[in-house]
Design a protein around this ligand. Structure first.
Ligand SMILES: C[S@@+](CC[C@H](N)C(=O)[O-])C[C@H]1O[C@@H](n2cnc3c(N)ncnc32)[C@H](O)[C@@H]1O
Length: 315
């Protein structure tokens, strides 16, 4: 079974590694994962390019060719360069040992040049060869250019809108696949709808505020997306529950957006009407749930600033 590696940004380490694991299990439920600091190793039928394309926090990714006990490499390791014109070597040191990284990268480049016709190119090479050192084990792998998905355009913004990466992570954590449908009952500017559509997932949005409803519609139209948006209260959700597979949403905080009633009341009511047997990723201001017993599979805390920590609850 092929093994892939993912070096993740350190902004939200647990969220980032859980996202990679969730994506790999979504397409192959027997996928196995190993997390070593901000490195995730995945054994799965799903290719590293597929996983990378959906993920939010990947800095570098590629395929592992073999685990290494030392720095020994031979000609067979460089078959991957057969059809490449250019390459570069990169060392990623996640171990506590010190290495002279530029020196190592140069000498590896020299060594490879002896086996292969490919030339070193530092910017945008065909193949990047990686040596990844950790305290436990080291890995030898490679990466090719990944075709990036075009980001959806947002022509109208609002101060309360959610960061697209956190939105995308929530969609991935509940394992929504292409062709399924997500509902955001507090859709605001439509971030969930835009992210979902850019991943091939259909979306339905609700917002009780006329202004936000219109912004969502305009943002969708600017991308030619067909998601449906309704100007209605979140409680309409229970009437349309057979139309979607999961919920991804960010509840009002009572700061920048209009609210129909106190945010804690909205949260309480919202949890009381949630449909059964749907996958859900729900974000809300952390202290709002202090008197509520909200059961779920996992909770993440997202620190924003000293007066705002948000919770993402996975149900
Ligand atoms: C935190 S914002 C959502 C932001 C959104 N994720 C985005 O990226 O733009 C919460 C939204 O809930 C909406 N809202 C407040 N009370 C509502 C209610 N009773 N029913 C539906 N929407 C409501 C507000 O108008 C606001 O757009």
């Amino acid at each position: 079974m092929p093994e892939s590696f993912f070096i993740l940004s350190k902004d939200y380490p647990e969220l980032a590694s859980d996202e990679i694991i969730a994506i790999s299990k979504m397409y192959d439920r027997f996928a196995k994962a190993k997390v070593i600091s901000n490195l995730v190793i995945i054994q799965s039928k799903t290719s590293w390019t597929e996983i990378t394309r959906r993920a939010s926090f990947v800095k570098v990714s590629g395929q592992i060719l073999r685990k290494m006990s030392g720095l020994f490499l031979d000609e067979n390791n460089f078959q991957i360069l057969k059809n490449a014109n250019t390459f570069v070597c990169r060392i990623i040191n996640l171990s506590t040992k010190q290495f002279d990284i530029p020196e190592l990268e140069n000498s590896m480049g020299d060594m490879i040049s002896k086996f292969s016709h490919a030339k070193v190119e530092l910017e945008d090479p065909d193949i990047t060869i990686y040596l990844i050192f950790t305290d436990r084990e080291s890995f030898f792998g490679f990466s090719k250019r990944v075709i990036k998905i075009n980001r959806p355009k947002k022509i109208k913004n609002h101060p309360h809108e959610l960061d697209w990466k956190l939105t995308r992570v929530m969609i991935n954590l509940i394992g929504l696949k292409e062709g399924e449908t997500v509902c955001d009952p507090f859709c605001g500017t439509g971030t969930t709808l835009l992210e979902a559509e850019s991943m091939g997932i259909h979306a339905i949005g609700l917002d009780f505020d006329e202004k936000m409803y219109k912004i969502s519609k305009e943002n969708l139209k600017a991308n030619g997306y067909k998601s449906k948006v309704f100007k209605s209260d979140f409680q309409e959700l229970s009437k349309i529950s057979e139309k979607f597979d999961g919920i991804v949403t960010d509840l009002p905080y009572g700061i920048a957006s209009k609210v129909s009633e106190k945010p804690e009341e909205i949260l309480k009511k919202f949890f009381s009407i949630l449909p059964k047997r749907k996958r859900m990723a729900i974000m809300y201001k952390k202290e709002l749930d202090s008197n509520l017993e909200l059961g779920g599979l996992k909770k993440y805390e997202i620190y924003r600033h000293k007066s705002l920590t948000r919770t993402i609850l996975i149900k």
